[in-house]
Every structure is written in C-alpha cells, then in structure tokens.
Design a protein. Sequence first.
Length: 367
Amino acid sequence: MKIELIKNKVYFNNGSEKKEIHPFWLRERVNGEEFLDRGTQQRLFDPTFLSNDISINKANINEKYLEVNFNDGVNSKIEIHKITSEFSKEDIVIKSIEKIKWDSSLKDIKNFEYQENFYESKEMHDLLISFYRYGFIIVKNIPTTKNYIVEFANSIGSVRRTNFGECFDVKSKPNPNDLAYTSLALSPHTDNPYRNPVPCIQLLHCIESKVSGGLSTLVDGYTVTEDLKNKYPEFYKILTEVKVRFRFIDKEVILETISPLIELNDDKSFKQVRFSPRLDYVPILDKEKLDLYYQARKKLSEMYNSNKYRIEFKLEPKNLMMMDNHRLLHGRTAYETKEGNRYLQGCYIDYDSTEGKLRHLKRKFNL
C-alpha cells in the first residue's frame, strides 16, 4: 500500500487499484494539539460542523508524513502509516493471528503461570495471542479466593453480566435452572446460544475438585466445521442456512434468539457455532428439507462427540480456563458427589475486552 501525491491530490495505491483520497477524509484526521486530545485520541472538533467544500491548497509527502494545507486555513502533518492502516478492511491486530485447527491429537499447549503484575505483562500479551490461535488457554496458580475470577476477567475487560449473575457457581445443587448445576455428564455444547448476542468468551476457575470424574472436555468447532464443509458440503450448506430457535426458560426470564448452527461472515468464512440440542427448536420446513436438515445435524453431533475431535483433561484447583464460546464446544464427564466436592466459578467477557487488551499491550511493548 502506497500513498502518492499528484498535483495536490492524494491517492492510495495498493498495486491493483489507485484511488483519490477525499480531502474531507484527510481533514477529519488532522492531529495537532488544538485538534486532537493526546490522552483519549478523541477529536476536539466536530467534523459535521465543517464546510463540505474542503479542498487541499498545498501538500508535501515523504516516507513518514503527509503535510497538508487545507482551504479552511488548517495545516496538519499526518503519519503515513496511520493513513495506510485505515485502508485495511480487517482488524490487522486480530486478523493477522492465524487460527490453528486442532483435534484430539493436540499436545503440548503452553500453560501460563499467574504471577505478580500478570495483567500488564508480556506474558498476558502472549496469553491472548495463544487464545486467538487455539480458542482457549489455561492459567495456573490463580488464587482460589471466591469470586477472584471476576478480578481476573475485569483485568482484561469487563465482565458480561447475565441472569446467572456477574459470576456463577458451577456445582451440583438442588432444583437447578440449568443442567450445568448437576453432576450429570454434559455433551459438547456452546453456552447461552439463546442470547443476542451470545457471550463471546467463557472463563472457568477451579476452586475445589475432590472427585475422580468431572473431567473437562473441549472440541474445536472451527476444525469440525471445516471438515464438515470438505466432506459433507450438502450438510454444511443447510446448517449454515436454516435458522433454528434457541430458548431458555426459568421463573424470571424467557430468552430466545434465532440463528443457524453454523454462522458465516459476509465473505463466507467461519464466524461462529451454536450447539445445544436440549435448547434448539427446528422450524417447520418441507419434509425433504427437514429430512436433510436432521441428517446434517446428526452428522454434526456425531463429529462433535467423536473421540477424533475431543480433548479431555482435569481442571485442577487453582487453574483457570478461558475459552472462545463462539468457536469451541465444551462439556464434562459425570462425577459422583459422594466422593467429594467439585466447585468451579464461571463468568463471561466479550471480544472487545480481549481485543482492546491485546492492542494496549502491543502498544505498551511496541510489538
């Protein structure tokens, strides 16, 4: 990407096309002290109050800066890299991190060690990179103080409060409003598919575990989706097109949303999976289409529950797992409450938290 100057007109050239940059677009980005607050990087002027006939009287360019004199008397020096970065259609910081597909053969994932000043450390930066690559991370030696998970989550961004509270206890209890609060096995699923929007990231912190069962299970929905697309394209197609209703009901709230089991971005790339067969309601469709849909959903479930894709491990006390609820499915094996207690705490945060923290740490460590 190059920025070029021809007769006081500024152009961007990406090698395949060359277009003029509107003078008003540049005028909005003037960055002198009288125009931009240094701390917040927010404008000190309202561009909607400017005249629409903004033009460039004179301009100069070098490797680092574009210097512009506008017809309203304003002069500014704009960094070239800041101009070129805005012409990317994607978030360079996040999109440049390649997703790594994995299955049951996954080995030697780095565990991170909690330490003093962890939240502002290079280690936290590396943790977030690993999270975006694999969809989950594990941090060891987190204090087992009750609700400490909220402090950890808030160190990254802001806890997403739901009807389950700011955080929630995951343990067997009488009269539960969710099967997570029993000792039953939970097959691979995504959390809260009935919400709009679905919480992006779930954190689980093990406080106590004195049972032989209750193993945590994870499945990479991204890997399964890509394999489904390659092996069963007809199933993949219908699961990305048919929208089903997800519903949650308890004494105080009814939550509903409608979405496909596999959601794609505008460019047809992977965006998100939703899977919780105890909570979904398929719409009325033609019999032939429903026949295909039910075959497709069954195949998807078989893949999610297959030993080929699942990893299984015990989340030990003091360990915290952070997982991408839009990408991964999680579950657990059954356990016997007579053996002792199994007590985890959980909470949710959204992508703006991890993305904002990662951008901040890259700036801090000049990465």
